[in-house]
Design a protein around this ligand. Structure first.
Ligand code: AMP
Ligand code: MG
Length: 347
């Protein structure tokens, strides 16, 4: 398959972007799959009402079929067609954070969405992305669009159109290039079907922000305890992993340098994932500074780029600093733990 690629200006009302959006929207309406930028990561969109379109998403990604997709909408009014009710908490969260990096779980109204999109669950995950390109495209189709991250399953999520191209060129009908995404980690997934909202996946909206909006918030215990089954099916899969094994180091930068030297003595090529503060400190074969430690949102926005960087090197092993688990650090540590396969070491 030839993948069409369009470069669009983020000020989407420009005349010359118009025909590109129309072409991309037409592909979606014809049940083809198209990747597009959102404020979190690039998504791979398909018509959520059509079985064929949704199957193409799973196929292009190589995604396990029991991992449901997030349905993207441009207008809150679209919800009534496929959710049974909008609980008060959900309404408050939508009013406060949509459009934005927050996905809410509702009870599913049968008969509208493809059952592949929801992996046959009785609930559905929905969000409204805060990106002019995504919103323009969603508006043009008028459809609920299922859109998981536009990477091959297991790989780091794409934060640039080139990442999408690397993973999916030839496997999808189109790619709308709207430049690098901003937040860099995926949306926060919150289950709103019970009395108290529960965070199933930490992401771009922090626990602290959610609490400020609606009071009590719980966190799925499986997030802190690997031995429990997560309530969000996707959380059980290996994710985000670079090709070389990644180790999180609990300790100082001197401890990390010590591990680096040990491995170099064994003849291995060693990578270090750090932040700009410590870039000059390390002596290793490959060093990547992922944002600034005192501005965690900069770490989030370049995290997947960092993980992909090491795949372009000959690193045999990668050591990575740890981050505080509060604020957006919750999502950063969640993704790093997955990328590391939960390997945490200390001296
Ligand atoms: P991705 O689209 O790759 O960002 O992944 C979407 C995430 O949302 C995965 O972790 C899914 O398991 C999760 N998800 C989607 N639908 C549901 C649902 N109905 N209940 C719980 N988690 C869901
Ligand atoms: Mg994903």
């Amino acid at each position: 398959m030839i993948t069409k690629r369009w470069s669009v200006d983020n000020s989407v009302d420009k005349e010359d972007s118009y025909s590109q959006f129309s072409q991309a929207a037409d592909l979606l309406k014809n049940n083809e799959v198209v990747a597009f930028p959102t404020e979190t990561v690039y998504g791979l969109g398909g018509n959520a009402e059509n079985d064929e379109a949704v199957r193409k998403i799973f196929e292009a990604k190589g995604r396990p079929s029991d991992n449901p997709l997030i349905i993207h909408i441009a207008d809150k009014g679209q919800l009534d067609a496929f959710v049974t009710e909008i609980p008060q908490n959900a309404q408050a969260l939508m009013d406060r954070f949509w459009p934005g990096p927050l996905t809410l779980i509702f009870n599913l109204k049968e008969g509208v969405l493809s059952h592949y999109a929801t992996a046959d669950l009785s609930t559905v995950a929905v969000r409204m992305p805060d990106h002019p390109v995504a919103l323009a495209l969603l508006n043009k189709t008028g459809l609920p669009i299922a859109a998981p991250s536009a990477n091959r399953s297991g790989r780091p999520s794409p934060t640039t159109a080139d990442h999408v191209w690397e993973d999916l060129n030839g496997r999808i009908a189109g790619l709308v290039d709207g430049g690098p995404t901003g937040v860099g980690v995926e949306s926060t997934v919150v289950d709103c079907t019970g009395d108290v909202p529960v965070i199933l996946r930490p992401g771009g909206i922090t626990r602290e922000q959610l609490e400020e909006a609606v009071g009590e918030i719980r966190v799925d215990p499986a997030l802190a305890d690997e031995s429990q089954a997560p309530k969000s099916p996707g959380m059980k899969y290996r994710h985000y992993a670079p090709d070389a094994p990644l180790y999180l180091v609990e300790g100082t930068k001197e401890d990390i340098q010590h591990f680096v030297e040990d491995k170099k003595k064994e003849g291995l090529s060693v990578g270090v994932l750090t932040t700009s503060e410590n870039l000059e400190f390390y002596r290793a074969d490959f060093i990547y500074a992922c944002g600034q430690r005192d501005k965690l949102e900069t770490v989030a926005s370049s995290l997947y780029e960092a993980l992909r960087y090491f795949n372009t090197t000959d690193a045999d092993i990668i050591f990575c600093e740890m981050f505080p688990g509060e604020g957006v650090g919750h999502a950063i540590m969640n993704r790093l733990m997955k990328a590391a396969g939960h390997r945490v070491i200390s001296r």
